[in-house]
Design a protein around this ligand. Structure first.
Ligand code: PLP
Length: 454
């Protein structure tokens, strides 16, 4: 075991981190997390930090679940690896597929396994086009997604995403992807003169306008997260999703709900689609699928899409060496059983979500908070410079990043997206821990106010 400084030094020398400014990181030194239990992380200095982000929105069942550890160890001893290509399967992949589809919406009865949410979205990109080929409509190739959406870092997923800095760095999006606006009421709607519901409808109808401009015969699918996560926990007005569903049905466009964050209970139901009452044709999943205990993703596939592709194309020329990896499938199955047996989604909806709503929304009275919103177990705080006119901080102030750093010092992980602070704690968080989360968030806002006044 090395010291914190030693870990930071070897890390700074050799480890290139995802989505991290390396110069800034090396100047500060990485935070070294050494263990975790329940909702609590422990760093290399022994500090206990409440993980308000469930890792990266994924550790839904909490840390330290021996049942998952045991299931993975058992599987590794029995069959550590085998593939699922070329007419092979193994019990772990078959049983996890069965269990997942039993929990999925009734019209989804197949899963294609990947290793991540990014690969799941790249799989959607290829599969949706194959579907339209099989339907005799090969011209339907264009994807419509949303500005500020996030669907992953591989080429098609990053193209579907609407993150301007990602696009700027590598000449994305690739051909055949277009973007419309997001239903972001606080950031883009509240000065529009519309009510939230009118704004939700207006943003949904951007889809209709774009399909009509491109010609429905050229449009393959609309791809979006039920609640936009990495874009800042954009919770759509209730009018938004039913209108999107109507437009997709009327124009004969596939609807893809990226459930990588929203799936597995995050929104207070098993699926974000269920929360918003929609019936997607394809659902990319990952994260809560294994609660992060093993890397895994997948695409849940509706009968509508699976039928013609299996009948007409036969083979889908696509797959990953580790599709349905035994250890990941074993982790996923154990994770799903925990969620079902402990009724974690129902518990989150009945107990944790109302408590979080109470604690979190109370932060709206803080002078630096313009809006405090949440749904299920995901929430956001919009930081503002002055309450009465809701003006945002100038970008150079970096209020969000400062708030994030102060928060960790107060023993709470919150994530910053610009000046929007985000939480998505494990579903197992207790009511006392939710109160603690609220208290630490408030202390952090007070510290931030004091720092900004200096
Ligand atoms: N889709 C959504 C909605 C996500 O939030 C993410 C990751 O945060 C992804 C896809 C990509 O998943 P992964 O990081 O597992 O590739």
């Amino acid at each position: 075991i090395r010291t914190t400084a030693e870990y930071q030094a070897i890390d700074a020398a050799h480890h290139w981190h995802p989505f991290t400014d390396t110069k800034d990181l090396n100047a500060k030194g990485a935070r070294v997390i050494v263990k975790a239990e329940g909702v609590w992380l422990t760093d290399s200095e022994g500090a206990r930090i409440l993980d308000g982000m469930a890792g990266l929105w994924c550790v839904n069942v909490g840390y330290g679940r021996e049942e998952i550890v045991e299931a993975v160890a058992r599987q590794m001893r029995e069959l550590p690896y085998y593939n699922t290509f070329f007419q092979c399967t193994h019990p772990a992949a078959a049983e996890f597929a069965e269990a997942l589809c039993a929990q999925a919406p009734a019209h989804m009865n197949r899963v294609f396994f990947t290793n991540s949410g990014s690969e799941a979205n790249d799989t959607v990109f290829r599969l949706a086009r194959v579907y339209w080929d099989c339907m005799g409509k090969p011209s339907k190739k264009i994807f419509i997604a949303r500005r500020n959406g996030y669907h992953g870092s591989t080429v098609a997923a990053a193209s579907l995403g609407g993150m301007a800095p990602m696009h700027a760095q590598s000449g994305l999006p690739i051909e055949g992807v277009r973007h419309i606006g997001q239903p972001y009421w606080f950031g883009e709607g509240r000065d529009s003169g519309m009510t939230p519901e009118e704004f939700g409808l207006a943003r949904a109808r951007e889809l209709e306008a774009m399909i009509d401009e491109l010609g429905a015969d050229n449009v393959c699918a609309f791809v979006a997260e039920p609640i936009q996560g990495a874009g800042g926990v954009v919770i759509p007005p209730d009018s938004y999703w039913p209108e999107i569903q109507r437009i997709c049905r009327e124009r004969d466009i596939l609807l893809v709900a990226d459930e990588v964050i929203c799936g597995f209970g995050r929104t207070g139901a098993w699926w974000g689609s269920e929360t918003f009452g929609i019936e997607p044709d394809l659902m990319p999943i990952a994260k809560g699928m294994t609660s992060g205990y093993q890397p895994m993703g997948g695409v849940l596939i509706s009968d509508r899409v699976a039928g013609p592709v299996i009948d007409k194309a036969g083979e889908f020329f696509h797959g990953f060496t580790y599709s349905g990896h035994p250890a990941a499938a074993a982790a996923g199955l154990a994770n799903l059983r925990i969620m079902q047996e402990e009724r974690l989604v129902e518990r989150a909806a009945r107990i944790a979500a109302p408590r979080l709503a109470q604690v979190w929304r109370a932060l709206a009275d803080h002078p630096l908070v313009g809006e405090a919103r949440c749904r299920g177990l995901v929430g956001a705080l919009e930081l503002v410079r002055s309450k009465p006119d809701m003006a945002r901080f100038p970008e150079h102030v970096g209020a969000g990043a400062l708030c994030r750093d102060l928060s960790v010092r107060n023993g709470l992980v919150m994530r910053a997206v610009g000046d929007t602070m985000i939480i998505a704690p494990p579903l197992v968080i207790s009511e006392d821990e939710i109160d603690e989360l609220g208290a630490r968030a408030r202390r952090t806002l007070d510290d931030l106010a004091e720092r900004l006044e200096r």
